[in-house]
Design a protein around this ligand. Sequence first.
Ligand code: F6P
Length: 342
Amino acid sequence: MNVGILTGGGDCPGLNPAIRGVVRRSIESYDYNILGIKNGWDGVIKGDFEPLTLSSVSGIIHRGGTILGTSRRNPLKKEEDMNKVKENLKKFDIDVLVAIGGDDTLSVANALWEMQMPCVGIPKTIDNDLSGTDYTFGFDTAVSIATDAIDRLHTTAESHHRVMVIELMGRHTGWIAVFAGLAGGADCILIPEVPFFIKDVIGLINKRKSRGKNFSIVVVAEGAKPEETDDYITQNDRVDDFGHKILGGIGELVSNLIEKESGIETRFTKLGHIQRGGTPTAFDRVLATRLGVAAADLINEKKFGYMVALRSNKIISVPINEALSLKRVDMELYDIAKVFFG
Ligand code: F6P
């Protein structure tokens, strides 16, 4: 059996442990041949395949990023790209494809499965916004990095009596912002799920002031929107290959408005790709490893068109198309975070 494996979309800590899990289980338990595909769907289109052996995945469990490389190339955009995908999967004799990715990458795997190409999915994204799974790997690492950043902003905010605004990743959902904000003791958390009024943010800062607290921490997810705006706040009109706007700018806007309308000195930090880089946490390494091993088991069971997932701390499998809908922040959790606002 020849198994192809790729990582697509934004990278995240845990991809290497997941690849290692698939390869080790596939070779040691099932004697499959594994072909690593470079740079996501771009590598399938270009035929950029290389054998993966036990030694290729040795010593990678602690490494961030992905040894296979990744891209946001979307073959569904052009018929000729999709034809190349089908041609190369045939040419390299791929019996099953393992796609490790978020909703974009998995949507291509699902389309291939609908065309009878056996595919198995492994969910990943720091945003934790995929339905079908309780958590995606990468999220825990991103939350740890963001919490550490909030802790650091706290001490300087307190010393200077300033408001500190920190913009975190989270295009459609505010999972990272809510978890890191709760853990870091944020005084206000703005998320895409709940449009906001700047006067309410300033109200919370003033409430703290009236309690003698002359500094505040405001956490903003990059996809958060003011109540009066329908579209994302961005610095320019750039989009990626899947047509998503490149986000960033809402934190700076919130920071400027706070300073202008409250008169309190305010500073702004955008954590950006630091959240996606570096060593995965132990939680992400273990989750990614479990999912990787389970994906090889799914192939053995011939359960194609499915994705491995975490539910109530057990690894299960769900149809890939179930993962494609968005998992928004649990409002009960956001209500808990709100207890500590202001
Ligand atoms: O992977 C999802 C994500 O982390 C989003 O939160 C963010 O908007 C996007 O990636 C940024 O991706 P890129 O690496 O393409 O700038």
